[in-house]
Design a protein around this ligand. Structure first.
Ligand SMILES: CC(C)(COP(=O)(O)OP(=O)(O)OC[C@H]1O[C@@H](n2cnc3c(N)ncnc32)[C@H](O)[C@@H]1OP(=O)(O)O)[C@@H](O)C(=O)NCCC(=O)NCCS
Length: 193
């Protein structure tokens, strides 16, 4: 199985909308749960097309069957600070824990640092999202602190961890990762869902 990134397009909106309305997925994100209609998503996509210098939004695609399985994005791109916020969600639950998150995260970090000339990529993640935190630590994000009671979900205020990775830290670790796998860091072979 191998995964690629491509920019999201209008045809992706129904699937993205189904994920954005899925309580099980939203429960793991830093977002509040809101019902989102297809009209709202269409307007959101138009807004994105007008502001492509401020955000890069990608579909994560299983190349073997050309299926979109999730999305990942860099948002709030700041030209002077050379920084952006990273986020990711594998919406197709059949693909959880199959390595897609790690591959996609490395690909978008590569893009951010090597193509977009970013120097800092940061994220927030719910303190209880152990799988996501494990993944982020593995690909080089460092903990910066805890944002206490920073998001209201399912009747509770929850803490989030703030993490970041700087370009020089990320680029230093890339050769080691490539050597470990003896394959491009963004391709997974011989695995099936
Ligand atoms: C979080 C997410 C992006 C991870 O992607 P994924 O493709 O499922 O994860 P991967 O298979 O690439 O890697 C998961 C890693 O976490 C580990 N893991 C799984 N469950 C875990 C847990 N409960 N605690 C700690 N680590 C865990 C796996 O063993 C694997 O680590 P390894 O490669 O060292 O063995 C994906 O599961 C997802 O989108 N989940 C729903 C939404 C979400 O949580 N998004 C992130 C919001 S910040």
């Amino acid at each position: 199985m191998s995964f690629i990134l491509r920019e999201i397009c209008h045809e992706d909106l129904p699937l993205i909308n189904s994920w954005r309305n899925d309580p099980e997925i939203i429960a793991l994100l830093g977002n509040n749960f809101l019902y989102i209609s297809s009209d709202v998503d269409a307007a959101w996509f138009e807004q994105y097309l007008q502001n492509r210098d401020k955000a890069k939004r990608f579909a994560i695609v299983d190349e073997t069957c050309d299926r979109m399985i999730g999305t990942t994005q860099l948002t709030g791109i700041h030209a002077i600070n050379q920084s952006a916020e990273f986020s990711i969600a594998i919406g197709d639950k059949r693909y959880w824990n199959k390595g897609a998150g790690q591959v996609a995260a490395r690909m978008i970090l590569d893009h951010g640092f090597k193509d977009l000339n970013l120097q800092r990529i940061w994220l927030t993640v719910l303190v209880r999202n152990d799988r996501a935190i494990h993944l982020y630590e593995k690909i080089g994000f460092r903990h910066e602190g805890v944002l206490r009671n920073s998001v209201y979900k399912q009747g509770l205020f929850e803490d989030q961890v703030m993490m970041s990775v700087l370009r020089q830290e990320y680029l230093k670790q890339v050769p080691a990762v490539a050597a470990q796998s003896q394959a491009p860091a963004y391709v997974l072979l011989n695995e099936s869902v």
